[in-house]
Write a protein that binds this ligand. Sequence first.
Ligand SMILES: NC(=O)C1=CN([C@@H]2O[C@H](COP(=O)(O)OP(=O)(O)OC[C@H]3O[C@@H](n4cnc5c(N)ncnc54)[C@H](OP(=O)(O)O)[C@@H]3O)[C@@H](O)[C@H]2O)C=CC1
Ligand SMILES: O=C1O[C@H](COP(=O)(O)O)[C@@H](O)[C@H](O)[C@H]1O
Length: 516
Amino acid sequence: MSENIFETFQTVVHLSEDLKSYHVFVVMGASGDLAKKKIYPTLWWLYRDNLLPKKTFFLGYARSKLDIKDFLTQKCRQYMKVKPDEEEKFNEWVSKNHYLAGSYDQSESFAQLNSKIVEISRFYEPETDDANRIFYLALPPSVYTSVTQLLSENCKAKKPHFTRVIVEKPFGKDSKSSSELSTHLSKLFTEEQIYRIDHYLGKEMVQNLIVLRFANQIFKRIWNRDSIENVSITFKEPFGTQGRGGYFDEFGIIRDVMQNHLLQILSLVAMESPISKNAEEIRNEKVKVLRSIPEIKLEDVVLGQYVGNPNGQGDEKMGYLDDPTVPAGSNTPTFCCAILKIKNERWDGVPFILKSGKALNERKAEIRIQFKEVSGDIFDNSCARNELVIRVQPDEAVYMKISTKKPGINFNPLETELDLTYKHRYDGEYMPDAYERLILDVFLGSQLNFVRTDELAEAWRIFTPLLHKLEKENIKPIPYVYGSRGLPEADELCAKVGKYTYNKNYKWKDSSKSKI
Ligand SMILES: NC(=O)C1=CN([C@@H]2O[C@H](COP(=O)(O)OP(=O)(O)OC[C@H]3O[C@@H](n4cnc5c(N)ncnc54)[C@H](OP(=O)(O)O)[C@@H]3O)[C@@H](O)[C@H]2O)C=CC1
Ligand SMILES: O=C1O[C@H](COP(=O)(O)O)[C@@H](O)[C@H](O)[C@H]1O
């Protein structure tokens, strides 16, 4: 692991006055899946790498009665990648974990939670009267309202200590429910105390967008409707609902991925240059561009639902409706391709294609910027459009597809690429997980990578009319086979409305594997 990558964080964490006092990180819903697979492993990695303020302890809270030491060492450990030489440090981290069982809707339980926080703070530092408090709500949305209410009434830190609350999506189901939740939260906490997590904002290549766009003069000049024909933002997963059908069916792919992860990426790709790197300046620009996007119309959308592949293996044989947790006859889409428009000076006429789906042919998240055709082409229309591809996952990469002379005795253009593949260029660099970056941001009080209330309201405004129409008219998605690339109808929409062209002649050669 490279030490350098952490230097900045460690310096900030250990020098900041605000971070010198005790911190308690409370995992609400500590017995659940998210806590087990993501939150506790992330806390361990941050602790292992000395990234957390030195005086931090951890408190789990859930209804189940459990022994936190057993839970961490037996249930969570498989997700924690503890190396043999880290045993001592791991045990040290486990010993800093505490647990309290309690309800999600009774004031006495939250009063006990408050007493427990104070008690543990005093155990570590007898003179102290409190600690900075971070509450991570790894909970189902059904208990958000009561938990936040009771936290606010019983568990806020005494000043000057801070209280921060991390909220997981879904942030409502449409404009109305989201606004109700936002209003509820805003009565209890200030905007500075609320951290709405969208884990895509913690991914390396999503964070890279701001640097790529605003630290390169060559991109600044061409990042507009004069040069760009279309932009695609794609999310694909090669597996279905995996028994989570009950949850998924309530939301569908649009709410699960598009309205949040893909729209967040879109806003970073399309926003104007912020005045500075300041979180509020950046979030102001993100909101501004979202405000320029009209609501999506049904005619600009293709919806799909996967069916089992009779020739597939295991899960692939199972269609969405075969999942016993999915209601019979459900019309919830598991695939969606939508074309968004941005009505502003920079983007007028440039389609933004958002594509997302489960049970497709591959795991991929990428941003593809397709440039306009060469004007005054002297090569008999044989030049492919340039493309800039930012691959978020798997294998982070930035590559630019360009035409060069085909090597040899000829004068023909050949589509090739300028390739920055991270695993080759930054071999050995430690790439923190999205949750590591985001949880650290909360300790540091940086809201840059979290979703602000007005941003959220705009995101719902864009999607709510479409979602309501789909539900009211019970619109049937088109079936596609588990493991396919998607729907031909989506390709047609991308070509016609999205102005996207696909060059099937392009063949990529992994030059890292070439012999010299
Ligand atoms: N650094 C690296 O590792 C590099 C890797 N490569 C690899 O080379 C391969 C080709 O490169 P690239 O151009 O990026 O990717 P692809 O050829 O896989 O896809 C290009 C785009 O065309 C779409 N597409 C694919 N098939 C069709 C079709 N039949 N009709 C319409 N649209 C289609 C894809 O959408 P959809 O996602 O929906 O299928 C995607 O948006 C990829 O596997 C890529 O990973 C290339 C350059 C650098
Ligand atoms: O938020 C969600 O994201 C995951 C995909 O996350 P990734 O980091 O593995 O790309 C998705 O599977 C899930 O359905 C969705 O709720």
